[in-house]
Design a protein around this ligand. Sequence first.
Ligand SMILES: *Cc1c(COP(=O)(O)O)cnc(C)c1O
Ligand code: SF4
Length: 347
Amino acid sequence: MIPAAPASMQPPPPPAGGTGPSAPQRWQQLWREALRDPCELLGLLDLDPAALGLSEAAAAQFPLRVPRGFLARMRPGDPHDPLLRQVLPLDAEMRPMPGFALDAVGDTAAKAGDGVIRKYRGRALLVATGSCAVHCRYCFRRHFPYAEEAAAAAGWRHTVELIRDDPGIDEVILSGGDPWSLATHKLAELTDALSAIAHLKRLRVHTRLPVVLPERVDAPLLDWLAALPWPVTVVVHANHANEFDASVDAAMARLRGAGATLLNQAVLLRGVNDDIQALCELSERGFQAGVLPYYLHQLDRVQGAAHFEVDDARARQLHAAMAARLSGYLVPKLVREVAGDTGKRPL
Ligand SMILES: *Cc1c(COP(=O)(O)O)cnc(C)c1O
Ligand code: SF4
């Protein structure tokens, strides 16, 4: 994830697995057209880079990446826009903070084999690829050695063996990076191999693509999804109601049409969604799109994300206020990931 050369000097990489047998799909084209230059992004929003604390060093460590359709949901002229705050590389990221580490959740220790993380009973999480269509500044994977762990790179063989040899695994979770950044034929390669494993009962996909690049939910992906032999849960990731628009609604409707159960996980982020109004609207807007709230995560304490942190007392207060206002099924579980725990820890 840490580029060898400054991000601005590198040609835009194709999406992982994007070199399929057929011509690039439309979503892959849109992926390539994503914004990579912070100054261009701010120019398009009528904002002055000098006034925002933009950081070249932060952008060199974890480059900016924003699909143009996601940019279109930001409010021009608003430096506090909740979508902009999630993607903008700022000076604040480069201030060292005690307690904020590189491997905040103990993934390195939990790795069972290339790209497979087995921390929780019954579940195997596959780091299918390191690529994401959007780069979220708070993400703990900003320091994770993605490429080395990507299960797809090794042709899935080792991954499939690991899962086949462990009858205790009944659910496979495709994660990353963003697993749907892989070409559909690459996903099919994996699920074809997994479908021979009798002890697998469920498949889950953790992806931000239906939100940030809804064009990814195209006909080949839906055909793949509908033909899978297991019940499928798609856990999307939106942190603010403004991330939903008509194109996202349509993508969610297509996913539900293909039989997927849709859940959302969000991260509690200072300056993005740390108020009761924003959190309630997120649950309500997601539900309107057919997505139920699942988790509200306390931030992973990763280097560069300290300025997003909301303290536990405030987090509990916000969560209680949500519970007092919303239908029970619109209240996500407030959790934190703790290295060594056997599941997400409720606050
Ligand atoms: C979060 C996570 C899961 C899934 O946990 P659920 O509580 O079932 O959503 C599985 N494996 C790992 C390593 C995780 O971090
Ligand atoms: S893994 Fe998810 S949260 Fe992290 S950068 Fe990728 S899309 Fe964003």
